[in-house]
Design a protein around this ligand. Sequence first.
Ligand code: HEM
Length: 468
Amino acid sequence: PNEPPIVPYWIPIIGSAITMGLDPIKFYRKYQQEYGNYFTFILLGRRMVTCLGSEGNNFVFNAKLADASAEAAYKSLTVPVFGKGVVYDVHNSVLMEQKKFVKSGLSNENLRAYVPMIEMETRNYFSRWDKRTDIQDVHKATAELIIMTASKCLLGDEVRSKLDESFAQIFHDLDGGFKPINFLFDDLPLPSNKLRDQAHVKMRHFFMDIMKDRRDKGITDRTDIMQYLTTNCQYKDGRKLSDEESAHIMIAMLMAGQHTSSTTTAWALLYLASQPNLFDELRKEQIEVFGSLDEPLTFDGIKKLTLHDNVVRETLRLRPPIFNVIRKVLRDLPIPGTQYVIPKDSYIQSILAISHRSEDYFENAEIFSPNRWVDFDQNNKERDDDLVDYGFGVLHSASAKSPFLPFGAGRHRCIGEPFAYIQIKTIIAVFVRMFDLALHENKFPECDFTTMIVQPKNPLVQYTKRDN
Ligand code: HEM
């Protein structure tokens, strides 16, 4: 069959891993120019068919279940971390039901309760930046803060209260199993995988003990996801979600939300530090919505902060934390509109950052410019019937043809988006009330592409405390 062109490489087996790994954006752009939107490169013996542009995104995100599988691509990485019976360890129809449970648990009513919690956690956290001015690692700070806010809101007070002791270590060990090598190989006998497996068992028991304790004490008034999963969830066939499944879903949520949200928040603050005039504009917007910078933040107020939204969106455009979305091809698969047929057992991948940075869709695409979204929204309201209002401010396209898909599309689309927005916007809102920020030595950090989620290298900032 006529398969997509293969990027030439010199070292068998390793293939293009090295040139691709150094600067993936440059790599994909170069071959897009040479071959068009579809081409294959060899990654440690695997055929990775790259599908670019909005049509490539659509091909990957809307692939039929019988043609391409997310679970076959992600299983070796995720099942040992999340556990059995959830997400990619079950048939897609079960995952769909589990996603509905979580989506309903992240109701507007619960999100409303989360805003004051996130505000308090953020204030407490940054009160330790107590000099008038100093240099800090902004990503270290957001990683620590996001696990606090996410635990407090989603996992519950019991987990949050253990964060400074046992839970942090368990999380650290489990997280150590979440690395690219485990995507490529099934269960390697690495020390980090042994720690991962022990941590998984500990975390499951930790959550299940809390569930039992709440049941014994008759606690039913919480707004966290544990509460929702353990009381309200029943599959279509009548079976109730077991405590073990609930615990595994909570682990999956923790993992799905931690690095994505913490890197996005870090990059957002770095971009703001590179354009410090935005700090005044953000404060001005808050004064318009809340009356003053001393008023407590509320869900309804946060929803109205359009510039804050646009800062987050623009960050997600330039630094989508999930860099590539992958499926395994289950049978020979023709690419519509081309002569190509992708051989069975290849992988197809969509690289979001490429359409996000394409001049075809975004003028001056390399520049951080939150206000571009004002026009974008206006144009899209007229054009795109698939826009979904999640009730937290921005309208987002649910169409896989959109060039902007930081949360994916189709059946695997993210259900954490409303929570992520509320969380990141609230943190930014508190931060700009407390500080001004500049880049350390005026340097904007480069990307570290070697981790699962693209992180900033050496992300130092110089903060200056505001007088309040
Ligand atoms: C799926 C991005 C936060 C839970 C996805 C996908 C993307 C994504 C791109 C699609 C993956 C694929 O198609 O293979 C993000 C970003 C986040 C974020 C950029 C934050 C800035 C969260 C949070 C949660 C979460 C906070 C949980 C509360 C999930 C779940 C899926 C998902 C359950 C579904 C996986 C599937 O159906 O296969 N996310 N996510 N995400 N995300 Fe998120």
